[in-house]
Design a protein around this ligand. Structure first.
Ligand SMILES: Nc1ncnc2c1ncn2[C@@H]1O[C@H](COP(=O)(O)OP(=O)(O)OP(=O)(O)O)[C@@H](O)[C@H]1O
Ligand SMILES: [Mg+2]
Length: 434
């Protein structure tokens, strides 16, 4: 069964025993039927089980944890103005600020008919607004780990009533970079709680580590491990290092791409490539961890709204971000970790839509390519660079539309609330994820 038909041929959300308020919100969002991970995970979360859940990129993992948690918290919904009536009951941790904001936006959409409050805290912006929201009380808190610890240290935040913990992009949250912060956070939470781990990739050491703080967990695996959605066509062009920028421009023009997300390995090469593309007259913007938070959000929002044709990014944008109907991801440089490859290319081909992932591979990247192919258990098609078309290319949106296999009908972009969150420029910079 293809991804899109799997998305369509499911039972209904109503059959999953979700509350009318949640069903109404899903209707507003144009979700007709649960995806495979939603069908599998929702009943288990409702039954109170700890989960280690793996499903391909873009297949609706956010709703798979958020919907049943909202349902479980529904009995606490109230309109009291007393902060004591709104303790943090669910904590969702995400590895990047942009992803935390996006998960929060999803929670807002799913809970719009419930009297449950939610907010998001992340670094790179002032503490005051976040503090005021935390003091007023929220049931659902989405956070990046560093900023969460800052608030906990300032005693603006009590976590003693947390009943539900979610690690989105769980394998990333459990790797060496995040583990110390995560351990500190776990020490602040009640032992008696439900813990949910979601990602498109898990390796064995991470799975073993995860067992240590999960209670009798169930493993949910949709499809084969460590895969992007099958709707992503993957191909490789072998290119000399110093010809990559020309190759990138050729791919964009020959394919008539309205938009593409372009990944580099380092902030320096992202900046350099951004400048080169601008010089060639392409509307490109750049996002990486050394940019001010306001610049990061503006680059991402501008790209989502079609103001930029190309968004050049480091792996800060590899995980979780949902850019509706993005037609193409280009690996200008392959990532060092094969997991990042899966997440990068998973920014396209989401929710049943089709997408293309093109990797420009220089001779000294052959080893990285072999590592990726080993990780995803398949070899990637190597093809020559596409020919530039003679007459002007057909508008890419129309071309993408023609290629698109029918996804979930009535799919609409959730109302963006990100603009409301745009912070004033902050001097605080690179310390992702604080
Ligand atoms: N049941 C559904 N019907 C239609 N669209 C859905 C459904 N569930 C989720 N979506 C949409 O699918 C897109 C991908 O969802 P989501 O971001 O949760 O994927 P994910 O599995 O978390 O991917 P990633 O591994 O990249 O984080 C979103 O735009 C979301 O609104
Ligand atoms: Mg996700």
């Amino acid at each position: 069964m293809t991804e899109s038909s799997a998305l369509e041929a499911a039972t209904t959300f109503a059959e999953l025993d979700l509350a009318p308020e949640i069903l109404l919100a899903l209707e507003d969002l144009g979700y007709r039927a649960p995806t495979p991970i939603q069908k599998q995970a929702i009943p288990l979360v409702l039954a109170g089980r700890d989960l280690l859940a793996q499903a391909q990129t873009g297949t609706g993992k956010t709703a798979a944890f958020a919907l049943p948690l909202l349902q479980r918290m529904k009995s606490y919904a109230n309109t009291s103005t007393s902060p004591a009536r709104h303790p943090v009951r669910a904590l969702v941790l995400a590895p990047t600020r942009e992803l935390a904001i996006q998960v929060y936006e999803s929670v807002v959409g799913y809970s719009k008919y419930l009297s449950l409050r939610s907010t998001v805290v992340y670094g790179g912006v002032g503490m005051d607004t976040q503090e005021a929201q935390l003091r007023a009380g929220v049931e659902v808190l989405v956070a990046t780990p560093g900023r969460l610890l800052d608030h906990a240290g300032n005693r603006t935040l009590a976590l003693s009533q947390v009943q539900y913990l979610v690690l989105d992009e769980a394998d990333r949250m459990l790797d060496m970079g995040f583990l110390p912060d995560l351990k500190r956070i776990l020490n602040l939470l009640p032992r008696e709680r439900q813990t949910l781990l979601f990602s498109a990739t898990f390796d064995d050491p991470i799975t073993r580590l995860a067992q240590s703080f999960l209670k009798d967990p169930l493993k949910v695996e949709v499809a084969r491990r460590n895969t992007a959605a099958e709707t992503v066509e993957q191909l490789v062009h072998r290119v000399k290092e110093d010809e990559k920028t020309e190759a990138l421009v050729r791919v964009v023009k020959a394919r008539g791409l309205a938009q593409a997300l372009v990944f580099t390995r380092t902030k320096i090469s992202a900046d350099r490539l951004g400048r080169q593309l601008l010089k060639r007259g392409l509307r490109a913007s750049v996002i990486h961890g050394d940019k001010a938070q306001s610049e990061r959000l503006q680059a991402l929002e501008g790209f989502k709204q079609g103001q930029a044709q190309l968004l050049v990014a480091t792996d800060i944008a590899a995980r979780g971000l949902d850019i509706v109907e993005l037609p193409c991801v280009i690996n200008y440089e392959l990532p060092y970790s094969p997991e990042d490859y899966v997440h990068r290319i998973g920014r396209t081909g989401r929710a049943g839509a089709e997408g293309v992932a093109v990797s420009l591979v220089a001779p000294d990247e052959e080893k990285l390519l072999a590592g990726i192919e080993h990780f995803i258990h398949r070899s990637l098609a190597v093809t020559p660079l596409p020919e530039l078309p003679g007459p002007p290319a057909a508008p890419a949106r129309a071309a993408a539309e023609a290629r698109r296999i029918p996804g979930p009908p009535g799919r609409r972009r959730a109302q963006p609330v990100c603009a409301l969150l745009l912070p004033p420029a902050s001097p605080q910079g690179p310390n992702e994820p604080r």
